[in-house]
Write a protein that binds this ligand. Structure first.
Ligand SMILES: CC(C)(COP(=O)(O)OP(=O)(O)OC[C@H]1O[C@@H](n2cnc3c(N)ncnc32)[C@H](O)[C@@H]1OP(=O)(O)O)[C@@H](O)C(=O)NCCC(=O)NCCS
Length: 171
């Protein structure tokens, strides 16, 4: 398991690397800086791994943050829109994406969100399964939405958004 923490400016370099490995159209440094410093609706979190200690440095305090994944959402008018979520390919399949999604949804519920929305590539089976697991349903489709390959985007929503047994399991 990882620990979840609010994303800070010093995380951007690692997040950019995960973004580049995860998306055909990655965000820029300036976009993340804008989200963290100027966009009042934005809430971003990272999943942190404890750095591995070798026998050489076992007794030293571990330095730095090791970012395994990230999630961001915009809170607008009672609605949480998941804007991005990604896990480093090295750490996929270990529950980190789920932890990040749950952390974002819980945070949004804490702010008063009653609905969560997102867009996902129609072919993104891993993400679709993750969203279905947390109650998201397809409510629409944007034709030829993605610039790189003209793929459709599925619009998904979960409403009402509330804490349930699954959420408490992962707290
Ligand atoms: C989507 C993503 C964030 C999932 O992160 P992850 O840490 O690998 O996922 P988890 O290990 O937490 O898995 C949670 C659930 O997601 C689904 N899932 C994850 N990987 C999957 C895969 N390879 N195939 C099918 N379903 C998968 C499953 O429902 C899984 O639940 P289960 O373990 O009970 O079956 C990750 O694959 C990723 O970063 N992809 C690239 C970026 C991306 O597509 N982001 C979404 C944009 S909308």
């Amino acid at each position: 398991m990882s620990s979840i923490a609010p994303m800070v400016l010093a995380d951007i370099t690692q997040v950019l690397e995960i973004d580049r490995l995860s998306f055909p159209l990655p965000w820029s440094y300036a976009s993340y800086r804008h989200e963290l410093t100027e966009n009042k609706s934005a809430h971003f979190f990272v999943a942190l791994r404890a750095p591995r200690r070798s026998w050489r440095n076992w007794f030293r305090a571990p330095r730095g943050r090791l970012v395994a994944g990230f999630v961001g959402y915009w809170y607008i008018l009672d609605e949480a829109h998941i804007s991005t979520i990604g896990v480093h390919p090295r750490w996929r399949g270990h529950g980190i994406g789920e932890q990040l999604l749950v952390a974002a949804l819980k945070h949004a519920i804490g702010l008063g969100a009653v609905e969560a929305t997102l867009e996902v590539r129609a072919s993104n089976t891993a993400a679709l399964n993750l969203y279905h697991k947390y109650g998201f349903e397809e409510v629409g489709r944007r034709k030829n939405y993605y610039r790189d390959n003209g793929e459709d985007a599925l619009l998904m929503t979960v409403k009402p958004l509330r804490l349930n047994a699954q959420f408490t399991m992962h707290s």
